[in-house]
Design a protein around this ligand. Structure first.
Ligand code: HEM
Ligand code: HEM
Length: 184
């Protein structure tokens, strides 16, 4: 059977770049929510001490991957599989909004705190002397965690919607993002 690697998206399925970004980010989300889960439920445990130091770095990685994903989605906007319904359009839009706002607020608070930030051995923020930038830290303190947990609820809803479609026999929805597309 013919099997081609499709770089770009098509009406029938997401291409290899969109899929790679989707699943790589899904894995990174599993990791980052493991860090917050351990931090929230098992504070100061060995697991928390192992995972929590990776939180900011994985968050930065997610922000970087998101920027690439948005550019790729825009380049492919006329050839992507059509949205299933309004709920899917709104749901995916909210996922994108959360994927941007949460690391953005984390980074904004980090910058405003004046503390240096290094990730993957690279200096990301140099930090500065003097008082912190209050509005930046306030915004982060007020919304980063709140939106972070809200996004988790949305992700569970997203996965639930996929399971519902499969339960109704609409496996094509999953095949758009994983596995082979059904031949037209
Ligand atoms: C998509 C990426 C991110 C997600 C989903 C996320 C999610 C979360 C969540 C749910 C919490 C609450 C944990 C708790 O209640 O114990 C949290 C806390 C925290 N996050 Fe993130 N985060 C992300 C990126 C970042 C980034 C990029 C930074 C900084 C560079 C950051 C810094 C922090 C800090 C310092 C806390 C502890 C203070 C607080 O509870 O607000 N996060 N994050
Ligand atoms: C086990 C976990 C996951 C499964 C099974 C899954 C499954 C899928 C499937 C089947 C699609 C195609 C739906 C369609 O075309 O209407 C899709 C699209 C999408 N998923 Fe997921 N997903 C998962 C995790 C996530 C996570 C963690 C996020 C982000 C926080 C996410 C964000 C999106 C977005 C934004 C789309 C729209 C296509 C795009 O722009 O990439 N997914 N997902």
């Amino acid at each position: 059977m013919e099997s081609r690697i499709e770089l770009y998206d098509s009406q029938a399925r997401y291409g290899v770049v969109s899929r790679g970004l989707h699943w790589a980010m899904a894995l990174a989300f599993v990791w980052i929510y493991s860090t917050t889960g351990a931090h929230y439920l098992l504070a100061d445990s060995a697991l928390d001490e192992f995972l929590w130091p990776t939180h900011k770095q994985v968050g930065l990685l997610l922000m970087g991957l998101l920027l690439v994903r948005v550019v790729w989605a825009l380049l492919n906007r006329h050839r992507r599989p059509p949205s299933l319904n309004l709920a899917a359009t709104l749901g995916h839009g909210l996922l994108y909004a959360g994927m941007f706002a949460i690391p953005f607020l984390g980074l904004l608070r980090q910058f405003g705190s004046g503390r240096a930030f290094t990730a993957f051995g690279l200096p990301i923020m140099n930090g500065f002397e003097g008082p912190k930038i209050q509005w930046m830290t306030d915004l982060g303190n007020s919304f980063h965690s709140l939106l972070g947990w809200t996004l988790l609820v949305l992700i569970v809803g997203h996965i639930g919607a996929v399971i519902l479609h499969c339960g109704k026999g609409q496996w094509e929805v999953l095949r758009r993002m994983a596995g082979r597309a059904a031949r037209a």
